[in-house]
Write a protein that binds this ligand. Structure first.
Ligand code: GRF
Length: 200
């Protein structure tokens, strides 16, 4: 049984999709061991409570980055977390944290990386005028939105789109992509060659 630790800061729709897929065994032999928010009163924490999952708020406000990360890592380690999933976690991780969980931290980003890293990626893509965008699930390294890519799903931009309709269609694909990526990583049948994840 693999233990997943979820880190979030807000709405938590990716977390909820993952929780559903864990419950329905589409992510086999795994459990969500802990959900941690760095903000109070997030919808994500409400969802965790409703689903009966253990959750914690570890407020980051006013805390040094690594000091906060140490508090988070201690809670993850207490629960023997095998995989850390960032899902709308709006806080940069310290190099120290990344080194605690080598190749065991995943993030989802709402663009086809390396295009449009950073905040409001869907809006950036829409404003740029791309015809295809999407989402990426990648390993977390010490740079923002940067580690090796595990899964990407593409979304066509339609003439009638605005940034909200585009973001909503990307989000639907995020909910599929994250589960695919978790399964790839937990199955472990891959190697990283340069930046490329290659199935064995
Ligand atoms: C998603 O768009 C994700 O790609 C980005 O933050 C958003 C989080 O949404 N990193 P939710 O909290 O999972 O609903």
């Amino acid at each position: 049984m693999k233990n997943i630790g979820m880190l979030l800061s807000g709405r938590g729709s990716n977390f909820e999709a993952i929780a559903k897929n864990v419950a329905e065994r589409r992510i086999p032999d795994a459990r969500i061991a802990i959900v941690i928010s760095n903000k109070h009163e997030t919808a994500g924490i409400e969802t965790a409570r409703r689903l009966g999952l253990e959750s914690l708020v570890i407020p980051s406000k006013g805390m040094q980055r690594e000091e906060h990360d140490r508090a988070v890592a201690a809670e993850l380690k207490k629960r023997n977390v095998d995989l850390v999933c960032l899902a709308g976690y709006m806080r940069l991780l310290s190099p120290w944290f990344v080194q605690q969980f080598p190749r065991r931290i995943l993030n989802i980003h709402p663009s086809l990386l390396p295009a449009f890293p950073g905040l409001e990626a869907q809006q950036q893509a829409f404003a740029y005028g791309v015809k295809v965008s999407g989402c990426s699930v990648h390993f977390v390294d010490e740079e923002l939105d940067h580690g090796p890519i595990i899964v990407q799903r593409a979304v066509n931009v339609q003439d009638g789109d605005d940034e909200h309709t585009l973001a909503a269609r990307i989000l639907d694909q995020e909910h599929i992509a994250y589960t695919e990526a978790i399964n790839v990583v937990l199955e472990g049948n891959f190697q990283i060659v340069g930046r490329r994840l290659v199935r064995k």
